[in-house]
Design a protein. Structure first.
Length: 202
């Protein structure tokens, strides 16, 4: 039986974070306010295809489920096997694709999807080398439908660190529009989101 329990979510998250800190990249899942902000870019009407990258234990997935219309298709690409098992057990309504976001186009094609109406990322970008950041963002821009949003978050206290500035530069090269939201203070740690549209090479 699938039972969503915040305690079980937290234990799974922390177990994975301790086992593979270089993959998880955070000590706790995003809070509800940040999850709702990330989900807010997804279409709330029609039959959109929405893709998450790095859903972790599924807090942003739950925010998306609250927002998406009944006809939506909701997929999530997750690398960590422990997270995948947890998601399949606790969020049976989510289409979990086990794999690397670097292979996004192929993973989606194998699931019969060739475009996304929104892509929502929880990936730990600052742990990735710049080449990996560029590779994943290129995949994202290939899959996004025209005008569709891509969003991701960053912790506010590191926004001026070189690694974060470098990632923001990657986004600004890839997208004609990059909006930085105000800080969500009700998150541990406080974080903001990047909301990106209109890939430069589209
Ligand atoms: C910081 S957690 C974010 C989890 C959740 N979205 C949240 O906001 O709480 C990052 C997640 O990205 C996953 N991840 C890391 N690298 C990945 C990759 N290359 N492809 C897919 N998932 C990846 C990790 O396993 C982890 O579940």
């Amino acid at each position: 039986m699938s039972v969503v329990s915040p305690v079980r979510d937290l234990v799974t998250f922390m177990t994975s974070a301790l086992r593979a800190p270089a993959v998880i990249g955070a000590v706790a899942p995003s809070g509800r306010a940040l999850s709702d902000l990330l989900a807010s870019v997804a279409p709330a009407e029609g039959a959109p295809v929405v893709v998450e990258l790095g859903p972790g234990t599924g807090v942003v997935s739950a925010a998306l489920r609250r927002r998406l219309p009944p006809g939506a298709r909701h997929l999530a690409v997750e690398l960590d096997p422990g997270m995948v098992t947890h998601l399949r057990r606790t969020r049976p309504w989510l289409e979990v694709l086990q794999g690397d976001a670097a292979d996004l186009q192929k993973l989606l094609a194998d699931a019969g999807v060739d475009r996304a109406d929104a892509i929502i990322s929880g990936l730990p970008w600052t742990l990735f080398p710049e080449s990996a950041q560029r590779g994943i963002i290129e995949q994202v821009t290939k899959v996004l439908a025209p005008g569709a949003p891509f969003t991701t978050f960053a912790y506010s206290h590191v926004r001026s660190f070189p690694t974060q500035r470098r990632f923001r530069g990657v986004l600004e090269e890839a997208f004609a529009e990059v909006v930085v939201t105000p800080t969500v203070w009700r998150n541990l740690p406080p974080a903001m989101a990047y909301q990106c549209r209109h890939p430069e090479d589209a």
